[in-house]
Design a protein around this ligand. Structure first.
Ligand SMILES: Cc1cc2nc3c(=O)[nH]c(=O)nc-3n(C[C@H](O)[C@H](O)[C@H](O)COP(=O)(O)O)c2cc1C
Length: 323
């Protein structure tokens, strides 16, 4: 069979069958989900934001027990910097245990690029603006994860949607781009690739997957979400959080409640299923998620849908057989 995605740099860098990445997500992107994505031909990315080598080691070994397909590790620089001894230990451990693909986020990648490159590790950095993309390219990363304002998670003050941001980065930077934000299927993937990406990352779509470890209420809140189900909650001094429009999130916006720690979202929402009483994150892409599905089906349908869109567009050429 002819190789799919031949010449695609994200596939070459990750060793995955498809340029489809499961975005890193605190607590959610651990063994159960990450292994399922890698086993299905995508690239699972394990999170390390607990900054605990025992957790990293445990989850890493649990992934390896399920699949020998490649997976990546995310380093959330801001979190790791809070415990430099643990940061060094986690870095040394993942290098020693054969991780070949690392994504960095929340902070400058400059801190780790050299050490990772010396060990033969490919580094992609997540950026929310053109300026951050130029800085990351200058720091020597191998690829960019370009996160539009539609994305779930902590966002930049500057709200640039993927449609413009992907093209703006593509114009100025020649590195492979992975598009994140607003993508749940092959149509979104084809659109992102047309705008200059060579791969896609999905977060919200995988939260509402069968293998995602979160409470069913949270998955159902994503399934039920419409296009107005999330908003950007200011997180002074400079960030915003895209959150579900719940009573708890609106109380934070109005200043009638104080922000809780991340632990309260993990316990309250991810484990406890209290959607209304927490400010859990979700992307605008939640509006496009209509069902909780197994990871394998999500990935296979995304690939099939991608080729369908490519064929549909190619049929617009003069002389093509109408489809
Ligand atoms: C539940 C959840 C938790 C997340 N946690 C993190 C995180 O800890 N670090 C990070 O860099 N991004 C985090 N993100 C953002 C994702 O990495 C990714 O950029 C985003 O989900 C892409 O948009 P999408 O949700 O529309 O696919 C999180 C997203 C979700 C849905």
């Amino acid at each position: 069979m002819t190789e799919m995605f031949a010449g695609n740099r994200v596939v070459a860098h990750t060793g995955a069958r498809y340029p489809i990445i499961q975005a890193p997500m605190t607590w959610v992107a651990r063994a159960q989900l990450t292994a399922a994505v890698s086993a299905a031909g995508g690239i699972g990315v394990m999170e390390t934001s607990s900054v605990d080598l025992d957790v990293t080691r445990r989850e890493f070994e649990a992934i390896r027990a399920v699949t020998d397909r490649p997976f990546g590790v995310n380093l959330a620089i801001l979190f790791l910097r809070q415990n430099e001894a643990m940061e060094r230990a986690i870095l040394a451990w993942i290098i020693e245990h054969g991780v070949r693909f690392v994504t960095t986020s929340a902070g400058s990648p400059r801190r780790h690029v050299q050490q990772l490159h010396d060990a033969g590790v490919v580094v992609y950095h997540a950026v929310p603006t053109l300026e951050a993309a130029l800085k990351a390219a200058d720091a020597g990363v191998d690829g960019l994860i370009v996160e539009g304002a539609e994305s779930a998670g902590i966002r930049n003050q500057e709200e640039v949607s993927s449609f413009v941001l992907l093209q703006a980065v593509r114009e100025r930077v020649d590195l492979p781009i992975v598009a994140a934000g607003g993508i749940v299927d092959g149509r979104g993937m084809a659109a992102a690739m047309a705008l200059g990406a060579e791969g896609v990352a999905m977060g919200t779509r995988f939260v509402a997957s069968a293998e995602s470890p979160v409470h069913p209420n949270y998955k159902q809140a994503i399934v039920a979400a419409g296009t107005d189900a999330t908003f950007l909650l200011p997180r002074p001094p400079r960030a915003k959080l895209r959150t579900l429009r719940t009573p708890a999130a609106l109380a934070l916006l109005e200043g009638t409640a104080a922000p809780g720690r991340m632990d309260s979202v993990i316990e309250g929402l991810y484990v406890g299923g209290d959607v209304e009483g927490t400010a859990g994150t979700a992307g605008q892409s939640a509006a496009l998620v209509h069902e909780v599905r197994p990871v394998k089906d999500i990935i296979e349908d995304t690939v099939a849908g991608f080729w369908r869109e490519i064929d549909r567009l190619a049929a617009l050429r003069p002389g093509s057989t109408p489809r």
